[in-house]
Design a binder for this molecule. Structure first.
Ligand SMILES: NC(=O)c1ccc[n+]([C@@H]2O[C@H](COP(=O)([O-])OP(=O)(O)OC[C@H]3O[C@@H](n4cnc5c(N)ncnc54)[C@H](OP(=O)(O)O)[C@@H]3O)[C@@H](O)[C@H]2O)c1
Length: 265
């Protein structure tokens, strides 16, 4: 049993797929939670939402003031290193909060060196850089790397199903994990002691990308052709070799099929 944390916990990205699942779990554990978002006009209405932009640093200082823990779930396809840097600078000025970070499996194994790598896999490079900023911050820290969430593949499936033919990167496999299960693990880590880099979390099964999309097409009663596309570069080669997978840490229980049955069925 963890003791409830009474001083506020800041959840960056508390409005996103993962953060939205972290916030109620922390509140259920008795924590006072603040959420940082770029959205304006809601800070005053008692939701605990504070307005700020981690990309520019604007509004971050009031958000980190007096917090004991920061769960850093804010992220986007680009610039997570810059966001981490701005957050860490403000946090260090505010005190010594425990910084809990969510990264991605493969951040340390997918080389982002050439322009081709950067164009397609720059996300992994920025997650690794953000991990290092967290680890070198001087703050007590915990970082969890997760595989891709089911929600990400649902989004890809919906977008690609607009095309008559769905192009899929040849040889790519994924191990989708339930965002709720990742949220539960993050909450456990948040309520625990700083632990550094903890074991990865991945979903229960590994699928080829085409298999994931076929599952989506079946569940949504659609028919599309799937065309494999060979991606160039070292990063793509690493993904084909499984650098984005965590087969030894298949801690998730909810499968892609379970998720589809609930969300798409
Ligand atoms: N999705 C996956 O498959 C996956 C897998 C492994 C790790 N992760 C990591 O998990 C984290 C959360 O992912 P997610 O899928 O929940 O993302 P998401 O649904 O896209 O949500 C992103 C969140 O980040 C916030 N945000 C983005 N840019 C911001 C900025 N400049 N300043 C302040 N807030 C900002 C957004 O808040 P507002 O829009 O309200 O400002 C939103 O709450 C990310 O770090 C991601 O890299 C994701």
């Amino acid at each position: 049993m963890h003791e409830p944390v009474t001083s506020p916990i800041l959840v960056t990205g508390g409005t996103g797929t993962l953060g939205r699942l972290v916030v109620p779990r922390l509140r259920d554990a008795g924590c006072v939670v603040r959420v940082l978002s770029r959205r304006r006009g809601e800070a005053e209405n008692g939701t605990g939402l504070m307005t700020g932009d981690l990309a520019t640093g604007e509004g971050i200082e009031p958000a980190v003031a007096g917090v004991k823990t920061i769960v850093h779930c804010a992220g986007s396809a680009k610039g997570d290193d810059e966001k981490a840097r701005n957050l860490v600078q403000a946090a260090v000025r505010a005190g010594t909060p425990h910084l809990v970070y969510i990264s991605v499996v493969g951040a340390n194994r997918i080389p982002v060196v050439s322009g081709v790598d950067r164009a397609m896999f720059g996300y992994f490079g920025s997650k690794l850089a953000a991990e290092r900023i967290v680890a070198d911050s001087g703050l007590p820290w915990t970082t969890l790397r997760a595989t891709q969430f089911h929600d990400a593949f649902l989004l890809v499936g919906r977008q690609m199903a607009r095309l008559p033919v769905m192009p899929v990167p040849a040889g790519f496999r994924f191990q989708p994990v339930d965002a709720g299960e990742v949220a539960a693990r993050l909450v456990e880590l948040t309520l625990g002691k700083p632990a550094g880099l903890v074991p990865d979390i991945g979903g229960p099964r590994t699928y080829g990308m085409a298999e994931l999309l076929r599952g989506y097409l079946r569940a949504s009663h659609r028919h599309r052709l799937i065309a494999p596309v060979w991606l160039p570069g070292k990063a793509a080669r690493a993904v084909r070799a499984g650098a984005n997978l965590a087969p030894d840490h298949a801690a998730g229980h909810r499968t892609w099929e379970d998720f589809l049955a609930e969300r798409v069925g």
